[in-house]
Unconditional design. Structure first.
Length: 302
């Protein structure tokens, strides 16, 4: 028998949200091994803060592995002989939440916190069987997607997000929950229409020529985190066959994600993308003497 992985919380409208399953005749089982008979299902658009251990567990269960990634890596800034951490598939992020180095680990000691989450996930799989998981986020966005903040009601305006700045077009802030059925913010719609005209008339032809020129040359490829992306880079990501050419990047110090404007070579279109800051990418960066072929892109202040 299989169970559906759902959001659970003790509070109906706020508090901490966990990912877990409702077992018949037993208390709910969460990915972080939180025990409480008061846990109950909650909706998606609520004001809850997500349990960080459960959030990492969801990444473990849903992320595609990066080709050739090892089973253990050291923490970022530590030597290769330091404690070995288990990386979340497709990420430079440990099961324990530490940012990891791109190198392999040689140390014999293993991280106890990584081992703990591994143990709780094994128990979840063992008791819940084949889990029905939530839909994973696509690596590039639907251009028509509307967004709202945590805790917003169903009648709230849906806003369009400008990935070149990491904010909504109307300047209301950073909204992170999709709300496709909402009424659209008029201010966002007007500014987005102007931006879309510029993309179609100027950005798309420039990026099409840039991508064609890049494909004709050989460049070095390295694996690293999404946080290091720069305009002009080309990257690949596990789970998607598209080549992504970076037009603009927006990253802020405490954000968990990097907002991008990218050109998709296979689909021949410019669109928005949002990638976890520690997502492991195959990055292709132009040499210094190729900078003239990289189209300029305005960068937001951090």
């Amino acid at each position: 028998m299989s169970y559906t992985l759902i959001r659970l919380s003790i509070g109906r409208t706020n508090g901490v949200a966990h990912y877990g399953v409702l077992l018949r005749g037993a208390e709910p089982l969460t990915a972080c091994a939180t025990h409480s008979s008061d846990l109950a299902p909650i909706g998606e658009r609520t004001g809850h803060q997500t349990c960080q251990s459960c959030a990492r567990a969801l990444l473990v269960l849903t992320a595609s592995p990066h080709p050739g990634e090892p089973e253990a890596r050291p923490a970022a800034g530590a030597g290769r002989s330091a404690a070995a951490h288990r990386p979340i598939p497709g990420h430079l992020l440990g099961y324990c939440g530490k940012t990891l180095d791109s190198r392999h680990a040689n140390g014999k000691r293993t991280c106890a916190n990584c081992a703990h989450l591994t143990k709780t996930l094994d128990a979840l799989r063992r008791r819940a069987g084949e889990l029905a998981l939530p839909a994973t986020e696509p690596c590039h966005s639907d251009d028509s997607m509307l967004w709202t903040p945590h805790g917003a009601g169903s009648l709230a305006f849906g806003h369009r997000r400008n990935s070149a700045t990491g904010q909504t077009y109307c300047g209301e802030g950073q909204f992170d929950l999709p709300n496709p059925g909402a009424n659209e913010c008029p201010a966002c719609l007007g500014l987005w229409a102007e931006e879309e005209t510029v993309r179609q008339m100027y950005t798309l032809p420039a990026m099409r020529a840039h991508a064609t020129a890049r494909d004709a040359d050989a460049h070095g490829i390295f694996d690293d985190r999404a946080w290091l992306l720069e305009p002009g880079d080309r990257y690949t990501i596990s789970g998607c066959h598209e080549a992504h050419h970076v037009v603009a990047v927006s990253r802020h110090r405490y954000d968990s994600h990097v907002d991008l404007v990218v050109y998709l070579f296979g689909e021949d279109r410019v669109t928005d993308a949002r990638v976890h800051r520690d997502r492991l990418l195959g990055i292709q960066r132009p040499f210094a003497d190729d900078s003239a072929t990289t189209p300029p892109a305005p960068q937001p202040e951090v």
